[in-house]
Design a protein around this ligand. Structure first.
Ligand SMILES: [Zn+2]
Length: 111
């Protein structure tokens, strides 16, 4: 049995149902400030990837590292910015899976 990745901790606007990957405080669609947890399937695909060689001050010393835009969710997806673990050579449409969120940063790895 293969181990399935942890659920991705998305949230959903309680009023209009729009999905959010990154934390939202005001819905950009309807202006609601009420959100509900909406865990998604932790599998996803890479939309775009880039290598960070000159990081911001809070990530000094970790460079170079891989940052990707990932579509995560399964049937219903949400697009998030994430770090890729182990600097895999992933490109668009490659499968990835959610690992966890540390210090507000989502981590994915090759699936
Ligand atoms: Zn809304």
């Amino acid at each position: 049995m293969s181990e399935s990745p942890p659920r991705f901790p998305a949230t959903r606007c309680a009023d209009c149902g729009l999905l959010y990957g990154h934390e939202a405080y005001i819905c950009r669609e309807c202006g609601s400030e009420t959100f509900a947890e909406a865990p998604l399937d932790g599998t996803g695909t890479v939309y775009a990837r880039t290598t960070i060689r000159v990081p911001g001050s809070d990530q000094q010393g970790e460079e170079p590292f891989e940052v990707a835009v990932v579509d995560v969710g399964g049937e219903e997806t949400v697009r998030v910015t994430a770090r890729l673990e182990e600097n895999p050579e992933l490109g668009p449409d490659d499968p990835v899976e959610f690992v966890d969120r540390r210090d507000g940063v989502f981590y994915f790895r090759a699936a």
